[in-house]
Design a protein around this ligand. Structure first.
Ligand SMILES: NC(=O)c1ccc[n+]([C@@H]2O[C@H](COP(=O)([O-])OP(=O)(O)OC[C@H]3O[C@@H](n4cnc5c(N)ncnc54)[C@H](O)[C@@H]3O)[C@@H](O)[C@H]2O)c1
Length: 249
């Protein structure tokens, strides 16, 4: 039987590289998807392209940093799918600036989307998961949260905070069969790296990636599938590093 047969899953950032790959992998494993993204058209396209045993996939625009937008999108998704069993919080932004160069607005925006967004989306799905006595939440960190990187203090801080947030929520939720865990990828070939010079990427791979290449979105999706499945029932507040050896914990 397909691993997620009969399950519903909401993916924020579902129009993105990793979110899109997760949506497709979950669909192949039998889930019905709600693809949510700031990019409404991208979310629609991702949902329309999903192939798998289930039908009736849903898509909607969401701004994960805005409470009203999150509440409305999850209410619509829950109604369309008959509830949300699995939440993947893949939506995020990145950016580069040293601490001295950084505008306060840049700092605030990073925390607003990456951290507050994760909090708001988790909060939106918890009541339904508690009623069902089953749920899976997969939050997204990054290896830079563990090892640091010049120019990424705001991004790394937001991702380290997601890990801490997830540990606390995991302890609050496990009593109702809800497993909250964090997936921490290494550099992965998606639009998030698109603005970076090829030379910089080549140096990053050479200096930091023992595997000798970037990750592929489908490799991160495979890890998300595990954390979203029944098989992850004993994973509570853990962080799964999938990074080609760039950071070893
Ligand atoms: N790609 C990497 O190298 C890498 C490495 C470590 C961690 N990650 C994390 O993996 C996750 C997925 O990243 P990706 O590589 O797929 O990036 P991506 O840029 O391809 O996708 C991110 C998606 O988030 C959406 N988004 C941005 N702001 C939003 C908002 N306010 N509300 C709703 N949606 C919003 C974007 O429209 C986009 O579709 C992120 O959490 C990222 O931080 C990525």
């Amino acid at each position: 039987m397909a691993i997620l047969a009969g399950k519903t899953a909401a993916i924020t950032g579902g129009a993105g590289g990793i979110g899109g790959a997760i949506a497709q992998r979950f669909a192949e494993e039998g889930a019905t998807l709600a693809v949510l993204d700031l990019d409404r058209e991208g979310a629609e396209k991702t949902a329309a392209a999903l192939r798998g045993p289930a039908t009736g996939h849903f898509s909607a625009a969401i701004d994960v940093g805005e409470e009203a937008s999150v509440e409305a999108a999850f209410a619509a998704a829950g109604e369309a799918l008959g509830g949300i069993d699995i939440l993947v919080n893949s939506a995020a932004i990145a950016g580069a600036a040293t601490v001295e160069e950084m505008a306060v607005a840049e700092w605030d925006r990073m925390l607003h989307i990456n951290l507050r967004g994760t909090f708001l989306c988790c909060r939106a799905v918890l009541p339904g998961m508690r009623r069902n006595k089953w749920g899976r939440i997969v939050n997204f960190a990054s290896e830079v949260a563990h090892r640091g990187n010049p120019g990424l203090s705001h991004y790394a801080a937001s991702k380290a905070a997601v890990i801490a947030f997830g540990k606390c929520l995991a302890l609050e939720a496990i009593g109702d069969g809800i497993c909250v865990n964090t997936l921490s990828p290494g550099p992965t070939d998606t639009a998030m790296l698109a603005g970076i010079d090829e030379e910089v990427i080549a140096k990053l791979v050479n200096d930091m990636m023992p595997i000798g290449r970037l990750g592929e979105a489908r490799e991160i999706a495979a890890a998300a599938l595990y954390l979203a499945s029944d098989d992850a029932a004993f994973c509570v507040g853990t962080t799964l590093n999938v990074n080609g050896g760039s950071y070893l914990q």
